[in-house]
Structure formats: C-alpha cells, structure tokens
Design a binder for this molecule. Structure first.
Ligand SMILES: [Zn+2]
Length: 429
C-alpha cells in the first residue's frame, strides 16, 4: 500500500464534525483510519502540516472551463491547474460550451478530456434546455448516464415558467439537482451594470435587482408547487437574500450561492470603465453586500463558488457595453472569502467557511467528496488561514487574465492541494 501521512495539522472536517490536531493517513488514494504496522515503513511519504489546517479538498461548484469550443479562453487542463492553485480538488463545470453540453455525446467528450488532461476532479453539468435556448428540455436520462451531476442553463435563464416547471418534474424523477442563473430578460434587457446611481452617472444601461429577484421568487413558487429543490446561482441582490430566507423558513427546498466579487466590490468600480468589473449578475451596492453577509452569517446562503469565467484579453479590451461578462476567480476566491468573511467581517468562523466549500456543495450535488471519512477519496487541501499574500495575475495558471483582483492583498491561502492522495499543487512562495 502507498501510504501518505499528513502530520500534525489542525484537521477540520465539517462533514464529520471534527476539529482537532492530529495526523491524517492516506492509503492507495483513500483516507484510511490507521496504517497499522505499515505506518512505520520508511516508504511512508510524510507531509508536514504543523501550523496549517487540513481540510477535505475544496469544491467549486460553479466554473466555466470553456472546452469544447473556446480553448482560446481556457482549456480543461489550464482551468483545472488554476483550480488546484486555488486549493480546489474538485470543480463543477457549466454547460455553456460550444457545442452546448445538452447531450450525452458532448458530456462524454468533456469527461474524457478531463480524464486525460485535468489535474483535479471535473464534474460536469448538462443544460436544462436544448441549446440553452429555454424551449425544449434536454435529454436528462441520457446525460445522467453520461455522468452529469446537475442541470443548469447558466449564462442563460429559462424564461418560460411552464418549461421550468416541466424541467423540475422531469429532473425530480432522477433526483437530479437543478441549478438556475436567475435573470428576467424583459427586466434586464441590455443592462451591463447594476441599475442605480452609477449606471445613471455613467450613462450605461442598468441591470436592476428585480431582474434577479423576480426569478428567485419564481423558483421559490415552482419549488413549492413541485416539492422539488432548486439552487439559485450567484446571488447578488439583497432582495434575493430576503426571499430565500423567508422561503427556507417555510421549508421550501431552495438554496443559494455567493461569489467573492459580489461581497468584495461595488458598482462604483465601473467608473473606470474597466471591463474587469463587468460580470453577470453585476456588482451592486454596499447595501447588497451587507445583506449577502447577513445571509451567509445566518445560513440562508450556504455555498461559496467563483463563477470562474475566463475571456481572452482582446475580447475584454473593447467598449464596456460590448465586452463579455465575467472574470476569472479560482485562484483568488479562497483568499477573498477567508479575508473578508473570517478575518475582516467575522461573519463565519473557519469551520463554517470550510463547510461552505466542502460538505455543503457535496451534499447538494450528492458528490462522494467534501469529507475526510475513512474510505473516502483522499482529496485534501492544506490551508494557512493567516498567510498574507498578494495575488499576481501574471502568475496565474489560467489561460486568461480578466480579473479585477491583480495586486490585491489577502489573508488566508491554500498551500497544498491533494487529489486522490497525490499532490497536484504546492505553494512555492
Ligand atoms: Zn451565471
């Protein structure tokens, strides 16, 4: 047996309510209880973890890896290296590739490419509707056989409520999680930034809060009607947090996730007309940030993700209203969330921060990850929650550089990422 001993770290494993100093043992790529006599062998690989936190490998359930079709922005290989460098041993990729992942063939292609080139686990999603066009349901059964873990039309949003209802009923037959990018097309129109004082001053078309909230409300009602869960992606508006909180209190099976840029930045940054601040949904206001933080504090929102959305520089280097939405995020998200949520704002403690990156997404998507239980795949992240560092986009593993966080100083960083017992990334700084 190939044995690894991660020695002397603070093991935080929220799925098993564990927080203690000790050794974590890995045997042949799985977490083991104790290696017995083999633990004394000189062949044991020892990873020193004194002074750092040992957690289940982090999961980012919302990333765009751009393959197939847009390999000039990112490939599964480069995106997965960026994930590893951010502390993530698993990512869940969105289906808005070219062609769209709305059929078993494309899903199989993505999975085979991941198998051959990715440094971390890549879980795939399928589209809710064919071509993410919002009209005809995609073949869920065949896509499940090909290995999807959820469906979403991310980047787009099913506008027809009857189609969404049928999607929920169909997905429920397979216990297939449904994720939704919440955007009402008629209210948002060609909006490029938060509708408010700054959009008015800058003369840019606004993307109002209600454009998100009305779809969150729709999802709550449909979830109740069908008694079927819906997960609302990248929540940006304070009003959405209130809707989710009230619905959850009534027992509705609804949930939501938060991206770091929505709590780190406001719409005011758009005054530079820098397209690195353009994303969908858009940056909003201090008031929204406060509501998102309250939602994270009270558990209304219980999953963190990046919405890693790479674009080539020449695509972003155009007028703001022409530039595509989205920023890269895999390498900065843990640092941003740890810095803001744990250190600066003290919204959650380290254990809850880790749960939102491990046990919670694993539970939502029924992944056999996010746990250090005996027998689980040995995906492990080592974290130094107090390490102060500066993000340099020129050293990014991603193929793209569209980030507003170049030069930002952060406290908290993943220092080693282990997938199935093998170190796939280690901080050399
Ligand atoms: Zn989206």
């Amino acid at each position: 047996m190939k044995i690894v001993r991660i020695a002397g770290g603070r093991i935080i494993d929220p799925a098993n309510k564990r927080d203690e100093i000790g050794d974590l043992w890995i045997g042949d790529g799985l977490i083991i209880d104790s290696p017995g006599a083999e633990g004394q062998s000189p062949d044991v690989v020892v990873v020193q973890a004194t002074g750092v936190v040992v957690t289940p490998g982090l999961i980012d359930m919302h990333v765009h890896l751009r393959e197939p079709g847009q390999a000039h922005k990112e490939t599964i290989a480069t995106g997965s290296h960026a994930a590893a460098a951010g502390g993530f041993s698993s990512v869940v990729c969105m289906p808005n590739t070219s062609p769209v992942a709305d059929n078993a063939g494309t899903i199989t292609l993505i999975r085979e490419k991941a198998q051959a080139t990715a440094s971390v686990n890549v879980f795939t999603t399928g589209a809710i509707t064919k071509g993410i066009a919002g009209e005809e349901l995609a073949p869920y059964g065949a896509m499940i056989s090909a290995g999807i873990v959820a469906i979403t039309d991310d980047g787009h949003c099913v506008q027809n409520h009857e189609v969404m209802r049928r999607a929920l009923e169909y997905a429920r037959m397979f216990d297939l999680p449904v994720l939704d990018h919440c955007q009402d097309y008629s209210l948002v129109g060609n909006g490029v930034m938060h509708e408010g004082e700054w959009s008015l001053r800058l003369g840019l078309p606004g993307w109002p809060r209600v454009g998100e909230e009305i779809v969150v409300a729709r999802n709550i009602l449909l979830s109740e009607l069908c008694n079927s869960p819906i997960h609302c992606q990248h929540i940006s508006s304070g009003g959405s947090v209130r809707l989710l909180r009230d619905a959850k209190a009534r027992g509705v099976k609804i949930s939501g996730e938060v991206c770091p840029h929505h709590i780190a930045l406001t719409d005011q940054f758009l005054q530079t007309f820098d397209s690195s601040y353009k994303m969908n949904p858009p940056l909003r206001t201090e008031r929204d940030i406060e509501a998102l933080l309250e939602g994270l504090a009270d558990g209304t929102l219980d999953i963190l993700c990046s919405d890693h959305a790479p674009h080539a520089f020449y695509e972003k280097e155009v007028e703001l209203d022409q530039a595509p939405f989205g920023i890269t995020g895999l390498e900065t998200e843990f640092g941003l969330f740890c810095d803001i949520l744990v250190h600066k704002r003290k919204v959650v403690d380290l254990g809850r921060l880790i749960a939102m990156f491990t046990a919670n997404p694993a539970r939502l998507l029924s992944l056999d990850r996010g746990t250090l239980a005996t027998g689980a795949p040995a995906d492990v992240t080592l974290i130094d929650p107090n390490l102060e560092w500066t993000f340099d986009k020129e050293r990014s593993q991603s193929l793209s550089r569209n980030t507003p966080f170049h030069g930002v100083q952060l406290k908290g960083r993943a220092v080693r990422t282990i997938v199935a017992g093998k170190t796939v990334w280690k901080c050399e700084d």
